[in-house]
Design a protein around this ligand. Sequence first.
Ligand SMILES: *Cc1c(COP(=O)(O)O)cnc(C)c1O
Length: 484
Amino acid sequence: MENRQACGLLFELSRPGCPGARLPACDVPVHPVEELIPGSLMADRPPPLPELSEPDVVRHYVNLSQRNMSVDTHFYPLGSCTMKYNPKRNDRLASLPGFSDLHPYQPAGTVQGILGLLYQGQQMLAEIAGLPAVSLQPAAGAHGELTALLVAAAYFRDIGQKRTKVLIPDVAHGTNPASAAMAGFRIVPIPSTQRGIVDLETLAKELDEDTAVFMITNPNTLGLFDPQIGRICQMVHQVGGLVYLDGANMNAILGICRPGDCGVDMMHFNPHKTFGTPHGAGGPGAGPIAVSERLAPYLPSPVVARTEAGYRLDYDRPTSIGRVRSFYGNIGVLLRMLCYILTHGPDGLRQVAEQAVLNANYLLARVKGVLPVPYGDRCMHEFVASAARLKAERNISAMEIAKRLLDYGFYAPTVYFPLVVKEALMIEPTETESKATLDAFAEAIRQILQEPLELLQQAPHTTPISRPDEVRAARQPILRWQAE
Ligand SMILES: *Cc1c(COP(=O)(O)O)cnc(C)c1O
């Protein structure tokens, strides 16, 4: 409860006359401000800024920062988001002045180092994807999806085909249909079988000369790898379509399976998930894409090229879809990705995947006795449990379990997604968690389910805010302080 105390804004904490700093009188001659700025441009009184001492300000911000849950403070099993521990050295290396002080308009001759690293990044992602050509430009996973669909559209235009359909399984990530719609395609949902994988019969019926792209999230949002991927690629290629793989879940298959080897034509990576960047609440991220040889000419411009004279940005790409982001991508995130890949090496990356899958399966085995997992006895890097039976028998919903977990010091799993599971709790432990943490989390769920219903329905009890009106918070956010 002690956490519930009101937390005023700096404006409300302000004590008029309280100095923030005391500086010695200036001993160099200065021009009076009236001489430098015309009187007509001056405000008639100073702005109403809060007046506080330095320690007041420091404490205010440090206390605020601790009112949130984060990967550095809590276990964060937020399914689909891969909220793993991110090594601090990657932050340190990416912030070296040699990187952070560069200006994107510097001539290529003065930035050979970073261009070389970006080139290396393209090569590494190509190798991991099993696809030869890479663009580092897209700003996030969803943006990578959109970019690749624009690449596909440019390709079909170029070969004189008009195709309007994008087929998407119901166990794909929600950004897939959104990206396809933004790229101007019509979306056809493909149901999954009782095993949670693509229903090939429906797919066969929907595939025709109007099919541009089949988008598959593999492993999918149920945490299942669709082993039919090779067959699916053959079927789509037979009608002249392309296969897109949503690679946000690559941390389950790194070094084990290369999408390009299965016949996939294009994919995106989420470096902030798979290769570690502290992310959340929408950023920061990156969404590089990898594509097959025949799609390479349409990739965004510029790409980093290597010539005998050194590295350069190649803008001379007449069929490119053009630029999708300012400059060359989100370099801070791409540098962390490079550090991560180089630190682990090929064997280490494979171990990341094996550990992520092992942790998820261990937690699945510990949880399924109290929270059924409808699809699959085994999973990849995450699994989806269901509170449907608890809801029917005891009126305990997925939301109640998620909220109560916060009181136990665990961030909540993703809830009510994917839609194919009723009262879904999507749990992704990631490879960086210890057995002790997974045991404690499973035990917390078991204990919560033995508590009185009222305790759950009013949870969380220990957080600064309990249950905000989420719709109102999104529709009528109050984002700034206003003087009376
Ligand atoms: C996170 C995620 C995305 C979207 O990636 P962003 O970087 O958040 O835009 C797409 N697909 C899957 C499966 C994801 O988990």
